[in-house]
Design a protein around this ligand. Structure first.
Ligand code: ME8
Length: 513
């Protein structure tokens, strides 16, 4: 039976429309999910929206609409974004769903039964924007009397009766867990941050609120709703149907939570502590990607430089956008979006390098090889070198994906495409047509076979374009998994091919068109 692989994105706050940061996380996670499916795993891929908490409530008040209406409206936009981005998620969870209320109350009960929850009075600083509590020592007072948290968002004083989770009791267990599972948090700098934070000792965490009711009721505690992060993190468990006997149950523990670097503490400290308390297995890995900036500037509604992913897809094309994000930014580091950068990647690496390679070789095959996969003759050293490099790509890609280094999966593919272009130019198949047609057939075969290997590996990143390339190569739908990348599989000579068409158009500036 296929090995299971459960992968998730963070669930987004639907207090506004999705932005490019949300798109980035979803595309990267989708590429990993697709990669694992093609590599034979039984994958479950989850995304969704995080709908409770004070931030949602405040936005709804500002817009003068019921909070449910705000959640419905924007959650639908996140769902639509997943469709527009061609995300292959198996489920889309909303934390306002009944299944999630049940799961959250169950995990609460288990933590309470374990003796890890007690009632007291909370007094401290709260950032609504981050939905996070901060100790006074973590905040700074500005000259105008306003106070800010460590990430620069405003904090307000909260004082109310609250339930607490005994997080302090988990300090040693968490440190032991990080020590025994060095891959629990990636990349390494995030792991180091978490370890040094936990080493300072943990304070108990306020886990319920009484001043509003937009949340999941705490079991047997009228007037208390759960702190939004308790309910939000539980979404990953809810979706496996952990209270039911269904097929998805076995997907827990998750293999990989893909999140942004701003929410590592919640995922790598609070979440495993909640699960340990509830007697449930903890996820295998949490990987934090970096932030996307608009030409080096933080995107914000007030600056007016927030980038709409829907607009980018219609301007540049979906696969161009997906490719750009994963190729341009080393996954785990911060990166920049700019028009120039996406146009440059689209035109140089996709249109010129890969697109032209496919177009030139396939149109020669169409014209001079009876529109069928050519019959190669004996291979020479140049042919063998190129084919070997193309065959080695799978092993490199697997290693890269297992460390979430999406850029390190793509870079060697780009190199092989460049090698293939050099090979094609130096072999001059157009000159061989008269002098040595059999050799021409070999060169075209080797080029097309290289494109086949590259296209199969690019499916997770550019599903539609890779599929078009594979159509042009006569590769059937059931011949596209990574099983077809073993050294003994190759294009079948004589198989008829369709008329070649361009797959990667150049981006042309509207005023230059
Ligand atoms: O944090 N670049 O929701 P969210 C890259 N509901 N990634 C970005 C980004 C940017 N400019 N801005 C945000 C939440 N993100 C919680 C999560 S999970 C149980 C609950 C990422 O809508 C961010 O790091 O603020 C997070 O991983 C995701 O988008 C959702 O952010």
């Amino acid at each position: 039976m296929a090995e299971r692989f459960y992968i998730t994105t963070a669930i987004s706050y639907p207090n506004g429309r999705p932005h490019i940061g949300h798109a980035y996380e979803l595309i990267a996670t989708d590429a990993i999910a697709r990669f694992k499916r093609l590599d034979g795993y039984d994958v479950m891929f989850l995304t969704g929206t995080d709908e409770h908490g004070q931030k949602m409530l405040q936005t709804a008040r500002n817009e003068d609409i019921p909070v449910e209406a705000l959640a419905d409206r924007n959650s639908a936009e996140f769902k639509r974004m997943a469709e527009v981005l061609d995300a292959s998620n198996d489920d889309f969870i909303r934390t306002t769903e009944e299944r999630h209320h049940r799961a959250s109350q169950e995990i609460w009960r288990r933590m309470a039964d374990a003796g890890d929850i007690y009632k007291d009075t909370y007094g401290g600083w709260y950032s609504v924007r981050e939905e996070a509590f901060y100790g006074e020592d973590e905040t700074t007072l500005r000259e105008d009397g306003t106070r800010f948290g460590p990430h620069g968002t405003p904090v307000t004083w909260v004082e109310e009766e609250s339930y607490f989770f005994k997080l302090s009791a988990f300090t040693e267990r968490l440190l032991a867990h990080y020590e025994a599972n060095p891959d629990f948090i990636g990349p390494a700098e995030r792991r180091n941050e978490v370890v040094s934070f936990v080493k300072q000792g943990l304070r108990d965490l306020s886990v319920s609120r009484t001043t509003f009711d937009w949340g999941i009721p705490v079991p047997d505690a009228p007037g208390h709703v759960m702190y939004v992060w308790v309910d939000a993190l539980t979404n990953y468990l809810t979706a496996t149907g952990f209270l039911e006997d269904g097929e998805r149950r076995d997907f827990w523990p998750a293999d990989l939570h893909v999140i942004g670097k701003d929410i590592v503490r919640f995922h790598a400290v609070y979440w495993p502590a909640f699960l340990m308390s509830a007697g449930l297995p903890v996820p295998k890995r949490v990987f934090a990607h970096g932030f996307l900036f608009n030409k080096g500037e933080k995107m914000s509604k007030s600056v007016g430089n927030v980038i709409d992913p829907f607009a980018l897809v219609s301007t540049y094309g979906l696969d161009q956008f997906r490719y750009f994000l994963l190729r341009e930014v080393p996954f785990g580091q911060d990166g920049n979006y700019s028009h120039e950068a996406i146009v440059n990647r689209t035109n140089s690496e996709l249109a010129n390098d890969l697109g032209n390679l496919a177009q030139r070789s396939l149109s020669m095959i169409a014209k001079h090889c009876d529109a069928a996969v050519p019959q190669p003759g004996a291979l020479g050293p140049a042919d063998e070198t190129l084919l070997r490099a193309a065959t080695e790509l799978l092993a490199t890609a697997r290693m890269a994906i297992d460390r979430q280094e999406l850029h390190a999966m793509l870079a060697p593919i780009v190199t092989v495409v460049a090698d293939a272009n050099r090979y094609f130019a130096s072999q001059e198949p157009w000159a061989l047509r008269k002098s040595d047609p059999a050799r021409m057939a070999t060169v075209l075969y080797v080029t097309a076979e290289t494109v086949r290997r590259v296209a199969i590996l690019l499916q997770p990143v550019m599903p539609a374009s890779a599929a078009k390339l594979l159509d042009l190569l006569g590769v059937e739908a059931d011949e596209r998994s990574f099983d077809e990348l073993t050294p003994d599989v190759a294009l079948v000579p004589g198989r008829p091919l369709p008329t070649p068409t361009g797959v990667f158009p150049r981006y042309v500036e509207p005023d230059a068109a």
